[in-house]
Design a binder for this molecule. Sequence first.
Ligand code: CTP
Length: 474
Amino acid sequence: MKEYLTHPIFGIIADIAKKEGLETYVIGGYVRDLLLRRQSKDIDIVTVGSGIELAQKVAKAIGPRVRVSIFRNFGTAMLRYGDDEIEFVGARKESYMRNSRNPIVENGTLEDDQNRRDFTINALAISLNESDFGTLIDPFNGLTDMEEGIIRTPLDPIITFSDDPLRMMRAIRFATQLKFDIWDETFEAICANKGRIKIISRERIIDEMNKIIMSSKPSIGFKLLDQSGLLEIIFPELCRLKGRDVVQGIGHKDNFYHTLEVLDRITYSTDNLWLRWAALLHDIAKPMTKRFSSESGWTFHSHNFMGAKMIPGIFRQLKLPLNEKMKYVQKLVDLHMRPIVLSEEEVTDSAVRRLLFDAGDDIDDLMTLCEADITSKNSEKVNRYMNNFQLVRQKLKEIEEKDAIRNFQPPVDGDVIMKTFNLTPGREIGIIKTYIKDSILDGKIRNDFKEAFQLMLEKGKELGLIAVLSIEDF
Ligand code: CTP
């Protein structure tokens, strides 16, 4: 495997290891990614001895300005080399848990260390020792598993998962990212131990879920989460989407699988995690809004609005950020039906202006979501929608160029209204402002100060107000 060790840090580490007589290896995810030709910026080095001392000596050899971050509790040390993070750890007997709060420090051999890693493909090591530099040490046939595309624990999975139950999610995350299969016995252990996920912090869980969402086919992960029973525990609202009712011979689509299809489809158009979240959550309120009537069949009235209302609770529960990212997801969920409805009718300028006004800068993302949402098997229907969307996009562009609605600022603001009619803050100002906004969005006047001022005078008169200033005063 010598040919793989092209990174200059390996030569430096090998020299120090030799001088100090320390058995040293590169191990874990970096080796896996080297063999899979995936990009990786974290290099894990394991040494039979003190990882911290080795890191300090390596840092000295690189140059005087290299800083080592030491985590004494965990017996690890980290330094930066160019863009890469190099982490050093002493070989240990216990489980390898990077984010655990418990200090784990019992020293061990390389074999002990490999035993307590999560998956065979993550337990591979390459020697940096002079005697066998570049040799792959693969006690669990990780290389074969890699070639065959298998996720499997090195030990009895019950032991591996009870060491760190997050590994159940990691198994599913790797299966999704690498498009590997989870070994039967390993998957059965996930099903049997799913309840143990409850002891894991929600921050660690959501990290894994986000990695699934950012993969090229997230549905793989969500189906596995569902089949294993983990999804019901960590994200029950998504499970509620499952199922298809039939009444009087009329059924509706299964919204769980539809949602996953939308999520898969949106990966072709965006790497924006939050737009992908919007895809995952766009129909989240369908179960609670579902109704059947003989006249209309199945309806999900206001599921967009109810869905938007559910977002803060879901974000809080999942420990997702409660900031502008959440607001963005909320807005997209709320608006996700609008372009569809629009494209079903005649696409009027006024409707397009209103959409542009409500969506603002997120209009392109909203259109991307809507296009991903068309999952019908009926190709005639799909074509019709797609063509209509194109029309909507075209109209959006025209209106945008003409009217600058996207970041709409009313041409006449509250201050002008108050000065003109000599008013103190009160409800008339709101009435006039809304009237002007609606008139612009409906195309009755242009987005222009003069026209808006004239309209303000008319509306003011109607409300019994007397103007004390004229347009020349502004
Ligand atoms: N590891 C483990 N159990 C965990 C986490 C990590 O055994 N719960 C071990 C694995 O050998 C893993 C290595 O620590 O390869 C590094 O962990 P980490 O950097 O978290 O993950 P990677 O495998 O490198 O994958 P990624 O960078 O994609 O998260």
